[in-house]
Ligand binder design. Structure first.
Ligand code: GLA
Length: 392
């Protein structure tokens, strides 16, 4: 399935909203995708590997320069307005979504890049707060708008790093580099293998006949922020005790030999990360060759590790894992994102997508009483302007 830029209805709707809000037409359209990780939970901040898929659900920003220092925003998803001056550094407490755009402006300015005011309507098909990086999509789409209006050009990897900085330093979330890299560096029809040590990527085609389905538990990720920070500090503690820079720097054989030097929880976290890192490379090979049995096995091992060693799986995720594995057409399934609820991911047979979707919905509803969302997605290109919609 090819990702297509042109979604006429969506464009019409956003243009109409822009007209209602600002009384004119947008002059440029930016987009940036969300992402789902196919393998590599929490490996990014351990400087390891991630196999990530920039997805065909994205954030659009329709914008028009307003010849001022004000950025005036309307979120179509939240039906909320927000604005800020490019000369102010105060975060918004009541409209936290504004901070992603303002944070990007702030780091661009710190880099000496020109930022100008604009009016914009933001419209996203990335489900919000469900582990698919809606915040990175908003940051990266904002960076594209600032770039187009400011008249400078950043390479996609530099843009990704600046957007990560916006999230780390301005928004105040200590995420790794995965989300912004995925959003900026996507390639059509390919997953990306990201090496978080040297920040290189290589495209990994998904074997013919396979498709990615994202299954949203719709369980709130309330504990996610605190638990994420805890996992991160446990991994750092492991590296410090082992005398290495990051868990990327130890093999499973070495770790097994020294595991008794680590406190129990830190040991469990390390065992997961080191095995997960290897699974990323193994999954790359299995996806290239289309080895379905191996894919299923690797994804299942990842889930067991996430549940028993890294301990990021909540009861709704365990129910969703079962619902996915019992659905027709499934090749493999596992957790996604930071865990603790939110979305999970399955590789499925392309021609069974509809039956898979219906079966997951029925299985999960029966087990939990909640209706899940299932999104069948394609690989999408990285952040940029929507070419055919650029106006002179
Ligand atoms: C969140 C973070 C990423 C990454 C994942 C877990 O999405 O933003 O940097 O750590 O969790 O793999």
């Amino acid at each position: 399935m090819l990702y297509t830029y042109t979604d006429g209805l969506r464009r019409e709707r956003v243009a109409q909203l822009f007209h209602d809000k600002f009384g004119s037409e947008p002059t440029l359209w930016a987009r940036a995708p969300g992402r789902v990780d196919l393998m590599g939970s929490h490996t990014d901040y351990n400087l390891g590997y991630v196999l990530t898929l920039p997805i065909s659900r994205d954030t659009w920003i329709a914008a028009r320069p307003n010849a001022s220092r004000m950025v005036r925003l309307y979120s179509a998803n939240l039906n909320e307005d927000a604005s800020f001056s490019l000369d102010e550094q105060e975060k918004s407490v009541s409209k936290r979504w504004r901070n992603y755009v303002q944070g990007v402006a702030s780091v661009l300015q710190a880099e000496g890049l020109r930022t100008d005011g604009f009016d914009a309507v933001i419209h996203s098909t990335v489900p919000l707060e469900s582990g698919l990086s809606s915040s990175a999509a908003l940051e990266c789409a904002s960076a594209v708008v600032f770039q187009a209006i400011g008249g400078w050009t950043l390479a996609p990897d530099a843009m990704a790093r600046l957007c990560q900085r916006a999230e780390n330093e301005f928004v105040g979330v200590r995420c790794g580099v995965l989300d912004q890299y995925s959003s900026c560096l996507g390639e059509e029809e390919c997953a990306l293998l990201l090496d978080c040590r040297n920040l290189s990527t290589r495209p990994v085609p998904i074997a013919r006949g396979m498709q990615v389905a994202i299954c949203d538990t719709r369980a709130p990720r309330q504990l996610a922020a605190a638990e994420y920070a805890l996992r991160r500090s446990q991994c750092e503690e492991a590296a410090a005790r082992l005398g290495i820079r990051a868990l990327r720097d130890i093999t499973m054989a070495e770790l097994s030999a020294r595991a008794n030097q680590l406190p129990v929880e830190v040991r469990k976290r390390s065992l997961f990360i080191v095995a997960e890192n290897q699974r990323v490379l193994d999954l790359e090979a299995a996806l290239r060759s289309g080895n379905r049995a191996k894919i299923g096995q690797l994804l299942a091992e990842s889930f067991v590790g996430a549940r028993d060693l890294f301990e990021i799986c909540s009861p709704p995720m365990i129910a969703m894992m079962r619902a996915m594995l019992e659905a027709p057409g499934v090749i493999g399934a596992r957790q996604a994102g930071a865990g603790f609820g939110g979305c999970m991911v399955a590789l499925i047979e392309q021609d069974r997508a509809e039956t898979f979707r219906a079966a997951v919905a029925a299985n999960y509803r029966r087990a939990t009483g909640t209706h899940p969302e299932v999104y069948v997605v394609a690989a999408a290109p990285g952040a940029g302007l929507l070419p055919e919609m650029v106006r002179a």
